[in-house]
Design a protein around this ligand. Structure first.
Ligand code: FDA
Ligand code: NAD
Length: 429
C-alpha cells in the first residue's frame, strides 16, 4: 500500500499550517501533489491551549483557532485544504522514515513517498518518568501539549473548583497554567527548582514582580526544590505531592510543565543534529538537500547572532521558518537566507510582555515595577550594543521600537543614560 506526493509536510502543527498557507499563496504545486501528515487534527494555533482554551467563560474551541488566525490571517479549515487541493492525512502517526529512499511509513502500514519533505514534527512534553518519578499517568495529573491534554486539563479543573492544584515547573506552561487555574477558582502552589520563575528569560527583578503579582492572586511559591513522589488514593488519584524536603502538598490535581524535547527520533542517524534539533541552513534545508525542517524541531542559523545555531520553541519562529522553507523550496534563487529576529511573548491575567533578541550581557531595568497595571522593561547590552529587550505592558508602537533597536544592535555608550531614558531610548531611535 502506498501513495506518492511531490511535497510532504510531516507534522500538522503551527508550522505545517503556515507552510500550507505559503504553498497556497505561491501556488507552486498542483492538486494532489502536496500532503500534510499528522497524528492530530488540522493545524491549529497551539498557544490557544494555555490561554483561551482554559477560560471558565466562553472558552475558545476549534474551528475558531485553526491556523493562521494567530497571525491575523486566513482561518484554514479542512474545507480550505480541500479547496486548495492539499491532502490532509490526519490521525496518522509516521513510525519510520527512510531519507535515502524518500519514504515515510505510517502506523497503519502505508508507505508515503515524497520528492521534497518538510519536517514539522515539533516537540513533546517531557514526562516526570524521565526524571525517575513514576505515576504521572494518573487521571488528575495533566501535561499540556495537544488538544487531548487540554481536554484532560479542562475536565480536571471542572471537577476541582475551590480545590488545590500543584503546578510543577516555573516556565511558560507553569506560569500560564497557574494563571488559568486561579481564574478557574482553584488554589495553586507552584513548585520548581530554580530561585525564581521563568529562569530561562526573566531577570530576578522581573521574576520578583511576577511572583508578587501571582502571590496577590493567591498563588503560593515553593522554590528551590523538586517533587520526589505522589501519594494516591485507592482509585489511583493523586492526593498529595511529596517534595524532596519531605513536605507534602495536598493536591486535587497536578499540572506538569517541565520542558520539552524536539521530535527528532525518526531522523536520528540520517540527518545532522544540533542543539537537540535537526540542523538546517539559512534555507531551512537539512543535511539532505530534499529534506527541510521548520518550527520547534529545527536548529537554524540566526544571522543577528553571527550565524549562531539556535532551536527556538516559540510560535513566531514556527510560523516564519515554515513560510521561509516553502519560499526556499519553490523559489530557491529568489530566497535569501533566513534573517530571523527571535521574538517571545506571553499573556497571563491582565499582564502581557514581549521580548526580542537574546538575553545575554549586562541588564538595565527601567519603568514602574510597582503598579498592578505596570509598564516596565529591560535591555540587555553586550559589547556596547543592545542584544535583547523586554517590555511589560507596552503598546504596538513600543514593541515595534524595541524590535528595531535590537535588530539594529543599537550602540549604547552611556548605561546610566539608557536606564534614565528607558523606553524613550528605543522610541527616539
Ligand atoms: P507543533 O508541536 O505545533 O506541531 C507538531 C505536530 O507534528 C503535532 O501536531 C504532532 O502531533 C505532529 N507529529 C509529531 N510527530 C509526528 C509523527 N511521527 N507522525 C505524525 N505527526 C507527528 N509559543 C509562543 O511563542 N507564544 C505562546 O504563547 C505559546 N503558547 C504555547 C502554549 C502551549 C500550551 C504550548 C504547548 C506551546 C506554546 N507555545 C507558545 C509554543 C508554540 O506553540 C510552539 O513553538 C509551536 O507550536 C511549534 O510549532 P511546530 O509546528 O514546530 O510544532
Ligand atoms: P520551560 O522550559 O519553559 O520550563 C520548564 C520548567 O520546568 C522550568 O522552570 C524548570 O526549571 C522546571 N523543571 C525542570 N525539571 C523539573 C523538575 N524535575 N521538577 C520541577 N520543575 C522542573 O518549559 P514548559 O514550561 O514546559 O513549556 C514547554 C514548551 O511550551 C516550551 O517550548 C515553551 O516555549 C512552550 N510554551 C511557550 C509559551 C509562550 O511562549 N508564551 C507558552 C506555553 C508554552
Amino acid at each position: 500500500m502506498g501513495r506518492a506526493f511531490v511535497y510532504v509536510v510531516l507534522g500538522g502543527g503551527v508550522a505545517a499550517g503556515y507552510a500550507a498557507l505559503e504553498f497556497a499563496r505561491r501556488g507552486g504545486y498542483s492538486r494532489g501533489e502536496l500532503c500534510i501528515i499528522s497524528e492530530e487534527v488540522a493545524p491549529y494555533e497551539r498557544p490557544a491551549l494555555s490561554k483561551g482554551y482554559l477560560l471558565p467563560e466562553d472558552p475558545s474551541r476549534l474551528p475558531k483557532f485553526h491556523t493562521c488566525v494567530g497571525a491575523n490571517d486566513e482561518l484554514l479549515t479542512t474545507k480550505w485544504y480541500k479547496e486548495q487541493g492539499i491532502e490532509l492525512v490526519l490521525g496518522t502517526r509516521v513510525i519510520s522514515a527512510d531519507v535515502r529512499r524518500k519514504t515515510l511509513l505510517t502506523a497503519t502500514g502505508e508507505t508515503i513517498s515524497y520528492k521534497t519533505l518538510i519536517i514539522a514534527t515539533g516537540a513533546r512534553a517531557l514526562k516526570l518518568e524521565e526524571f525517575g518519578i513514576s505515576g504521572s499517568d494518573a487521571a488528575n495529573i495533566c501535561y499540556l501539549r495537544n488538544l487531548e491534554d487540554a481536554d484532560k486539563l479542562v475536565n480536571a479543573m471542572s471537577s476541582c473548583s475551590g480545590g488545590n492544584a500543584v503546578v510543577i515547573g516555573g516556565g511558560y506552561i507553569g506560569m500560564e497554567c497557574a494563571a488559568a487555574l486561579v481564574t478557574n477558582k482553584i488554589k495553586v502552589t507552584m513548585v520548581f527548582p530554580e530561585k525564581h520563575c521563568m529562569g530561562r528569560l526573566f531577570t530576578e527583578k522581573i521574576a520578583e514582580y511576577y511572583e508578587s503579582y501571582y502571590t496577590s492572586k493567591g498563588v503560593t511559591f515553593t522554590k528551590g526544590t523538586v517533587l520526589t513522589s505522589f501519594e494516591k488514593d485507592s482509585t489511583g488519584k493523586v492526593t498529595s505531592v511529596v517534595l524532596r524536603d519531605g513536605n507534602h502538598l495536598p493536591a486535587d490535581m497536578v499540572v506538569v510543565g517541565i520542558g520539552i524535547r524536539a521530535n527528532t527520533s525518526l531522523f536520528e542517524g540520517q540527518l545532522l543534529m544540533e542543539k537537540g534539533g535537526i540542523k538546517v541552513n539559512g534555507q531551512m534545508q537539512t543535511s539532505d538537500s530534499s529534506v527541510y525542517a521548520v518550527g520547534d524541531v529545527a536548529a537554524f542559523p540566526i544571522k543577528l547572532f553571527d550565524g549562531d545555531i539556535r532551536r527556538l520553541e516559540h510560535v513566531d519562529s514556527a510560523r516564519r521558518t515554515a513560510r521561509h522553507a516553502v519560499a526556499a523550496i519553490l523559489e530557491p534563487s529568489k530566497t535569501r537566507d533566513v534573517d530571523y529576529l527571535p521574538f517571545f511573548y506571553s499573556r497571563v491575567f491582565t499582564l502581557s510582555w514581549q521580548f526580542y533578541g537574546d538575553n545575554v550581557g549586562e541588564v538595565i531595568h527601567y519603568g514602574d515595577f510597582t503598579s498592578n497595571s505596570p509598564m516596565f522593561g529591560a535591555y540587555w547590552v553586550s559589547k556596547g550594543q543592545i542584544t535583547g529587550a523586554f517590555l511589560e505592558g507596552g503598546n504596538r508602537d513600543d514593541y515595534e521600537a524595541l524590535s528595531v533597536v535590537v535588530r539594529r544592535k543599537t550602540k549604547v555608550s552611556d548605561m546610566p543614560e539608557l536606564e534614565r531614558q528607558g523606553l524613550a531610548f528605543a522610541i527616539q531611535e
